[in-house]
Design a protein around this ligand. Structure first.
Ligand SMILES: CC(=O)N[C@H](C=O)[C@@H](O)[C@H](O)[C@H](O)COP(=O)(O)O
Length: 222
């Protein structure tokens, strides 16, 4: 297992409209995260992954976001994207493991192919306990709460903070390393995730998105 128990993983992602978009900035973010004690990096797209791979030996959870208005699934929807990010240097392939429609094969099949053909661990982003169970049954190496609050089924449960209830339910009922991800935006919430039995915690926006961090401060004074 590449992500050690107790690891803080930092998600280094910036979309095209973000001033920090681009491999140079994301590689610098990854180096800063490593110097700060991160034990894994989550990154999007082959260009960023190549640049991050060149500056760190930390395990990389690679994802490839592809937006297609015909399908709700955008995190590594198919094998072609998984193959591309594995070649770029990702050790672990992160993907949307919900059963929602996607441009490609069924997720169970996709998980099996990533393991057997690419030899990579699979990091399953899910939104419900049932989806966590199914991802484990399909052979995922890690199950993460990433998509809670972001699928049609769970959007009504989206709170400002993370979905701690889902985290606890997964830890109790799904026998695979459970990763806390999504809106863990304070050190206290990260500590709470570990108290609840998380194997690792992924933090993104609160550490690597200065624009959102600034907005949070500005909201507090306006
Ligand atoms: C729902 C979705 O697409 N989540 C994405 C997955 O890669 C990222 O946009 C998040 O930043 C990441 O999951 C980390 O979460 P947070 O930024 O809340 O710490």
């Amino acid at each position: 297992m590449l992500i050690p128990k107790g690891a803080l993983v930092i998600s280094c992602q910036a979309r095209a409209d973000n001033p920090l978009h681009g491999p140079v900035y994301m590689a610098a973010m990854a180096r800063a995260a490593e110097q700060g004690g991160a034990r894994g990096i989550r990154a999007n797209g082959a260009d960023d992954i190549v640049a991050i791979r060149a500056v760190t030996t930390l395990p990389i959870i690679g994802i490839a976001k592809v937006w297609d208005e015909r399908f709700p699934v955008y995190i590594t929807p198919g094998f072609a994207q998984a193959d591309e990010i594995a070649r770029a240097g990702a050790d672990i392939i992160g993907l949307d493991a919900t059963p929602r429609p996607r441009d490609g094969e069924a997720v169970e099949h996709l998980i099996g192919r990533i393991r057997s053909e690419l030899g990579c661990e699979v990091f399953a982003d899910i939104a419900t306990l049932e989806e966590g169970r199914a991802a484990h049954a399909a052979g995922a190496s890690y199950v993460a709460t990433t998509l809670s609050g972001y699928t049609e089924e769970t959007v009504s449960r989206k709170t400002e903070g993370p979905d701690l209830e889902l985290l606890s339910a997964l830890v109790a009922q799904v026998p695979v390393p459970i990763v806390a991800e999504g809106r863990f935006d304070t050190p206290e919430l990260v500590a709470e995730a570990f108290r609840r039995g998380a194997h690792a915690v992924v933090v993104g926006t609160a550490i690597t998105n200065p624009r959102e961090i600034t907005r949070k401060f500005v909201r507090a004074i306006s």
